[in-house]
Design a binder for this molecule. Structure first.
Ligand code: ADP
Ligand code: MG
Length: 381
């Protein structure tokens, strides 16, 4: 596989790369829309990765090519990189080089060629995989000595400030910091993380991603509106972040808020509690206990946060009807992917039932991906 990447690099840039790096996509087990509320999340890195063949340049040019995007090489001057200057896919990788410079790190140009198995726009963070591959490669090639959390923050800054996408830090932390066999318990405010064992196979279970292959266009604006709603609620409650509201104080807080903000706050507060509950179960080896937590999370995302859609609801409902222990929409919402936890011996039947339900509804056939907790961004050659 890496030979094919080298061949492609040679065809695009000529010669040989200095090395090959890989950064994974991620799926979030629990803790959705909590990262930008200073809260908690529990993502897992996927075996699906974006691989990057890279070589430094001495002339300050950044030359980018992707097997997925195709087209000619995007040729940029590192010195001219500025937010808004790049509006295509290249904004994600170029943004990382810009963010490193902004943070005072001395780097330079490079020839980069990407090839990815992370589905794009499926809520599995292909954008973070792209960014974290570059961050990691630059860290190695330019000897920056930044650790995975610092690289994740650089990658997030690239996506926020350079590509103009107001995402939280969960995606980049997962792609950068995960280790094999574990989920990443993130405390966004503390800027800390902990590896929590996650091995569904050992418990006779499977975690399946059901990529519905739909994205509803309202996604971007709606995400920003949800963030604004959370900020407004904090202002009204006199809190720094919704992370500071505990479940006991939720009823009182709801009485103080206008009706439209109550469900948002309810989701964030109960979701943070669900992360704590899930972590406790996983630490005790009770993987199956995640099932009911996924179901309550889906109800909360569908009814309170309102980021589900008919396709993701159908995936959840048909998975549960076919014997899943629990299922929920994962990622930002408005389409994308669902995760379902299911007994290993029922996994195939469940997948077939979901596919049949989609066919019956006239939807495109979903893609099914089995999750194994994979490592974060790394050099592979
Ligand atoms: P997600 O991160 O959930 O996959 P996003 O909308 O955040 O969805 O990011 C998807 C975008 O990232 C794509 O539209 C494309 O611009 C860029 N992208 C991701 N992977 C690649 C790749 N391998 N090659 C080129 N662009 C990519
Ligand atoms: Mg993304």
């Amino acid at each position: 596989m890496n030979d094919a990447l080298r061949t492609a690099f040679a065809a695009v840039h000529g010669g040989r790369p200095e090395g090959i790096w890989a950064a994974p996509g991620r799926v979030n087990l629990i803790g959705e829309h909590t990262d930008y509320n200073d809260g908690f999340a529990l993502p897992v890195a996927l075996a699906q990765t974006t691989r990057l063949a890279a070589r430094r340049r001495t002339d300050g040019r950044l030359r980018l090519h992707s097997a997925q995007a195709g087209g000619p090489v995007v040729d940029l001057a590192v010195a001219d990189l500025a937010p808004g200057a790049v509006t295509t896919w290249a904004a994600y990788p170029a943004g990382v080089v810009w963010a490193l410079g902004e943070a005072g790190h001395r780097t330079g140009g490079a020839d980069l060629h990407f090839d990815s198995t992370v589905p794009t726009g499926a809520g599995l963070s292909s954008s973070a995989a792209l960014e974290c591959a570059v961050a990691r490669a630059y860290d190695d090639l330019y000897g920056l000595g930044l650790g995975p959390p610092a690289l994740a923050r650089i990658a997030q800054r690239a996506e926020n400030a350079f590509a103009g996408v107001p995402c939280g830090v969960m995606d980049q932390m997962a792609s950068s910091c995960c280790v094999a066999g574990a989920a990443l318990h993130l405390d966004v405010r503390a800027g800390s993380h902990e590896h929590v064992p996650f091995d569904p196979e050992a418990a006779g279970l499977r975690l399946l991603v059901i990529d519905t292959r739909v994205t509803h266009d309202l996604g971007d604006g709606a995400y920003a509106a949800l963030r604004t709603g959370c900020e407004r609620a904090c202002a009204l409650l006199g809190l720094a972040a919704l992370r500071d509201l505990s479940p006991e104080h939720l009823p009182r807080a709801e009485r103080l808020l206008p009706a439209r903000l109550r469900p948002l706050v309810r989701h964030v507060v109960t979701e943070n509690a669900r992360v704590a509950e899930a972590v406790a179960h996983l630490k005790a080896g009770r993987v199956a206990e995640l099932g009911p937590i996924l179901n309550s999370a889906h109800a909360s995302l569908r009814d309170d946060y309102r980021v589900s859609c008919p396709e993701t609801d159908l995936a959840v409902d048909s998975a549960v009807a076919a014997g899943a222990l629990g299922a929920r929409i994962t990622g930002g919402g408005f389409g994308g992917s669902v995760i379902a936890l299911v007994a290993a011996d029922r996994a195939e039947r469940m997948g077939a039932a979901v596919t049949a339900a989609f066919r019956g509804a006239g939807y495109r056939e979903p893609h099914l991906i089995a999750v194994t907790a994979a490592p974060g961004a790394r050099r592979i050659e």
